[in-house]
Design a protein around this ligand. Structure first.
Ligand code: ZN
Length: 100
């Protein structure tokens, strides 16, 4: 876990790290990879309460950055296990003797 308190003091105006810090503390858990991406996103002038993939909740409200990232990760994991399943299925079908 990165020490997020070290990020401030380097901005003179409009520090994005204050919001970032509050957000990360509210989430409670964040990986170093997520923190790196989030920091890049915020320092590019974006809000932690927004995401680059236009992911939104059921009410159309933009998902926050980490929630959106975790949705993407989940979808990737699902796709991988689906592909693994399809791969296994294909192998089984090839082993099956066709009776005609
Ligand atoms: Zn700052």
């Amino acid at each position: 876990m990165m020490n997020i308190t070290t990020y401030c003091g380097k901005c003179k105006f409009d520090c994005p790290h204050k919001e970032l810090r509050e957000y990360v503390l509210a989430i409670g858990y964040i990986t170093d990879a997520e923190m790196n991406d989030l920091l890049e996103w915020v320092e590019a002038g974006n809000s932690v309460y927004d995401n680059p993939n236009y992911y939104a909740d059921e009410r159309g409200k933009s998902l926050d950055y980490i929630s959106a990232m975790r949705v993407i990760e989940e979808q990737l994991a699902e796709r991988e296990s689906f592909q693994r399943y399809m791969g296994e299925k294909q192998l089984r079908d090839e082993e099956t003797e066709v009776p005609f």
